[in-house]
Design a protein around this ligand. Sequence first.
Ligand code: FMN
Length: 131
Amino acid sequence: MENADVVLIAAPMYNLTVPSTLKAWLDHVIIAGRSAGPGSSVAGTPVYVVASRGGSYEPGTPREGTDYVRNYLTAVLGGTLGMEVDFIVPELTRAHLHPAMAGLVPKAEASRAKAFEDAVTKGKAAARRVA
Ligand SMILES: Cc1cc2nc3c(=O)[nH]c(=O)nc-3n(C[C@H](O)[C@H](O)[C@H](O)COP(=O)(O)O)c2cc1C
């Protein structure tokens, strides 16, 4: 990570937060006096997080306020490591699979299209930064 120009993290939501494998990796790369805290060896490195989730946690939804992916990763990647964090968030990825979510399929498709669009825009911006 210290040698990376840009970091890309896949962070599907598992039980409202990040998968345990991602948490384990973070516990290995967050090192006090090296990557963490003042003079962080990764300070300023852009990090893009694809935070996919089966449901929606946006304002106005029943699950608003229970997304512990974005706030946690913002705190550790941005706060502890001093990286520049940005998110791409495909939501409602399970809508096609659950009959109870059938009415949400158009929103799921819109979210997927927006995520692809964001990936292109942010990917190009990242490429310009390191060119
Ligand atoms: C163990 C497990 C727990 C999950 N927990 C949640 C959850 O709390 N909230 C949610 O919206 N989706 C949850 N999901 C659905 C995933 O976030 C969703 O399928 C996501 O799209 C998976 O990422 P991927 O499409 O990048 O593979 C869970 C999936 C698994 C396998």
